[in-house]
Write a protein that binds this ligand. Structure first.
Ligand code: AMP
Length: 208
C-alpha cells in the first residue's frame, strides 16, 4: 500500500502512523523526523533546515523532495510506504507524482486527518516526546507514565508562536494539495477530533 497522511500540524499524523505500521507492514517515512535527525547530526542539510523549522516555516521544496525521492527508492519501500508530512506543497505533490509515474507505480490513498484550528494550539503546545523511544504524549490528553515523565522533551517548534506560523503555512501551502488528490479520487477523510485509539479505528474503517 502506498499511502500519504495529510492534515494540519498536531492532527495526529505521527501518532497514527506509529499505530498503523504494524497493521500495514510498510515503512513510516516522516520528513519531519528525517529533518530533525539531520539537524541533530549536524549535517549540511540539517544546518540549512534548522532555521526554517524552528521558526515554523517550511524547508525549501528542493531539499525535501530530494530526501523523499531517495528514501522511497530504497528496497524496503518496494511494496509500499506511509508518507507523513510529505507532500506539504503543490510542487512536492507534483514531484512525487512524476517520480511514481516514472517508476510505474501509483498511490493507493491519501488519508486526510481533519482537526479544527481551534484545537490545534492546545494539542501542539502540550505535546511531548520520549527521546529514548520516540513515543509521543500529551501533558493533558495522554500523559506520559511516571517512569517516562522525567525525561520527556518538547519540540522547539511546538511553542505557541511557531505553532501559529505552522498553521498559517498549512492553510496557504499544504491545504491546496487536497483538491489535487481529490481530482485523482484518492482522498479519504477521517475526523481526527477523538482519542488516538478511536481515530485509529476510524482510519482502519476508512481504509477497509
Ligand atoms: P513535522 O514533524 O511533520 O511537523 O515537521 C516539522 C518541520 O519540518 C516542519 O514545520 C517544517 O519546517 C519541516 N518539514 C517537514 N516536512 C516538510 C515538507 N514536506 N516540506 C517542507 N518542510 C517540511
Amino acid at each position: 500500500m502506498r499511502m500519504i497522511l495529510v492534515g494540519p500540524p498536531g492532527a495526529g499524523k505521527g501518532t497514527q502512523a506509529a499505530k498503523l505500521i504494524d497493521t500495514y507492514k510498510i515503512p513510516h517515512i516522516s520528513t519531519g523526523d528525517m529533518l530533525r535527525a539531520a539537524k541533530k547530526a549536524g549535517t549540511e542539510m540539517g544546518k540549512k533546515a534548522a532555521a526554517f523549522m524552528d521558526a515554523g516555516n517550511l524547508v525549501p521544496d528542493e531539499v525535501v523532495i530530494g530526501l523523499v525521492i531517495d528514501r522511497i527508492a530504497e528496497s524496503d519501500c518496494k511494496e509500499g510506504f506511509m508518507l507523513d508530512g510529505f507532500p506539504r506543497t503543490r510542487p512536492q505533490a507534483e514531484a512525487l507524482d512524476a517520480e511514481l509515474t516514472k517508476a510505474g507505480v501509483k498511490l493507493d490513498v491519501v488519508l486526510f486527518i481533519e482537526v479544527p484550528d481551534e484545537l490545534i494550539v492546545d494539542r501542539i503546545t502540550g505535546r511531548r516526546s520520549d527521546p529514548e523511544t520516540g513515543a509521543i504524549y500529551h501533558l493533558q490528553f495522554n500523559p506520559p507514565p511516571a517512569d517516562v515523565a522525567g525525561r520527556v522533551v518538547q519540540r522547539k517548534d511546538d511553542t505557541k508562536e511557531a505553532c501559529v506560523a505552522r498553521l498559517q503555512k498549512y492553510h496557504s501551502e499544504t491545504a491546496p494539495i487536497i483538491p489535487f488528490y481529490e481530482e485523482h479520487g484518492l482522498i479519504r477523510r477521517v475526523d481526527g477530533n477523538a482519542a488516538p485509539d478511536e481515530v485509529t479505528a476510524r482510519i482502519k474503517a476508512a481504509l477497509a
